[in-house]
Structure formats: C-alpha cells, structure tokens
Write a protein that binds this ligand. Structure first.
Ligand code: ATP
Length: 258
C-alpha cells in the first residue's frame, strides 16, 4: 500500500488576526515517503506543521494525518505521530536513559517494552557508556540523534522533524540523514523541514513554500528539470526571486492606482 496517503490537506489555512500565515494549502504524502517541506524564514512551515501535529487548530480547510482529522481528533493524531521541534524536547537535567524512560511513559508504552527499546536505542546510538550522563553534557550532534530516537521511540506512523539538523557540521548532518533513511525503510513516513538545500536532494519529494503558499511540489530531479536548474538551491532562489519581482510589480501597480 505504498501509494496510500498518510497526510492529506485540503485548503489548510491559519490566520493570526488579519495576517494569514498559511494560505489554503493542499497536498498529500504517501506512506513511507521522505517529504521535504521547504521555504524561507517565515514562509509558514512551522505553522503548517503544528496544525498537522494537532498542536494548533486550523482556521479553515481540513487535514487528515494517520487516518485522523487534525481538527476533530488532535489527541489521537498526537498518539500516532512523532514530533521533533526546532528546540528539541529533551530534558537537559535528566540523563539519556531517564529521557528515554520518560518519553516511553508519555507515549503509553509498557515498562518491559520501554526497557527493551531503551537498550536497543543506546546500542544503535553507541551511547551505552553515556547512558547515565546528563543530556546537558552531550555535544549538539548527539542531542539531535537522541531527540530523533525519542521522537520515533514508540514506532509512530509518521515523524515530523522541524529543522532537525540546524547548527551542526555537514558530516554530522549526513549521519543524521542515515538515521532518517533507516526509519523510512522501517515504513515510518518522514515529514521534514530544512533550510539546507543539499538536504532537499535526500528527499523523495519536496514542496517549496513562499509567503504561506506552496509554489512547487515534485521530486528534486523533476523540479531541477522544470526550472532548468543545477541544484535545489537554484530552484529555491528562482522561486523566491519570482515572488519578489511579482510583489515589486504589485506594489508598483498599487502605487499607480492611487
Ligand atoms: P522559520 O523557518 O523561521 O521557522 P517558518 O516558515 O516556519 O519560518 P512560521 O514560523 O510558520 O514560518 O511563521 C510564519 C509567519 O507567521 C511569520 O510571519 C510569523 O511571524 C507568523 N506567526 C507565527 N506564529 C504566530 C503567532 N502565534 N502569532 C502571530 N503571528 C505568528
């Protein structure tokens, strides 16, 4: 059932007062896909992702995530997904092992399952010797890997990652992506935002958001071909530049009308 949509939105919209941060976006993501959600700062990515995670109520439109309507059943959505926020959600003053145990409990896992999974994760991350160290003492790259392991600790259907690789060197980012691939191979759908255009190439499909709207959505290869671009960075620059030119033209037209 590879083609089954696990995320689907129709006209999803978020308003903050009179400001519209997400302007009626419609798209779907298939099971097991690695979907890159790109856009410049302030484009509306986090706002859209928070609605998909059941953390923020849509102002209009609808979204279904892992079989649930996000507005009608946000609590069930939260149980079926994993979420890694930009600031992570680890407790710095707890040890690595304590964080895993705590999240296993929050996700409602049984004690035996938590114990088994903790050992497996510590081994996978090669953190066995550091299991009883405070998270605060770990380097940033390790915290990111641990935060990701925590987000998928309960084997959710989908994991949402909000700029998971910010601030780390390219080698650490590459290793982090190996973890993402491994999760996708186990059938976990990955929905990821990133600022790094080289990372867009690692995704099965990407959408590019500009000013609250999805302006392009396809595989990285097809987008490069469509824009006659060498890399995703160039695709992105062209879209943003078009947006600025349009806005400039709009502003000029407005001025003429006055
Ligand atoms: P970044 O990459 O910087 O996180 P983003 O694409 O995720 O950017 P959002 O954080 O979704 O963008 O913000 C989209 C727009 O909505 C921004 O202009 C932001 O200032 C605005 N915004 C976000 N949250 C609120 C809020 N609670 N109240 C008012 N405006 C908000």
């Amino acid at each position: 059932m590879k083609d089954e949509a696990v995320i689907r939105t129709e006209g999803l919209t978020k308003r903050f007062g009179t400001f519209v941060a997400v302007k009626g976006i419609s798209f779907s993501v298939r099971r097991g896909e690695i979907f890159g959600f790109l856009g410049a700062n302030g484009a509306g990515k986090t706002t859209a992702m928070r609605m998909l995670c059941g953390l923020s109520r849509p102002s209009a439109g609808r979204a279904w995530v892992a079989g649930c309507d996000v507005a009608r059943n946000p609590e069930e959505v939260k149980r079926r997904i994993g979420y890694m926020s930009q600031r992570f959600s680890l407790y710095e003053d707890l040890t690595v092992r304590e964080n895993l145990k705590l999240y296993g409990g929050i996700y409602g896992m049984r004690r035996e399952a938590i114990r088994e999974k903790t050992e497996r994760v510590l081994k996978e991350l090669q953190l066995e010797r550091d299991a009883d160290k405070l998270v605060a003492s770990l380097p940033l790259g390790w915290k990111q890997k641990l935060a990701f392991s925590v987000a998928i600790f309960h084997e959710p259907q989908i994991v949402f990652l909000d700029e998971p690789t910010g601030g780390v060197d390219p080698l650490t980012r590459r290793r982090f992506w190996e973890m993402i691939y491994a999760a996708a191979e186990r059938g976990i759908t990955v929905f990821v935002t990133t600022h790094y255009m080289d990372e867009a190439e690692y995704c099965d499909r990407v959408s590019i958001m500009v000013d609250g709207e999805i302006r392009a959505l396809d595989t990285p290869r097809r987008l490069r071909e469509a824009f006659g671009a060498e890399g995703m960075d160039e695709v992105f620059q062209r879209l943003v530049r078009t947006e600025r030119t349009d806005r400039g033209a709009g502003a000029a037209a407005d001025a003429t009308d006055e």
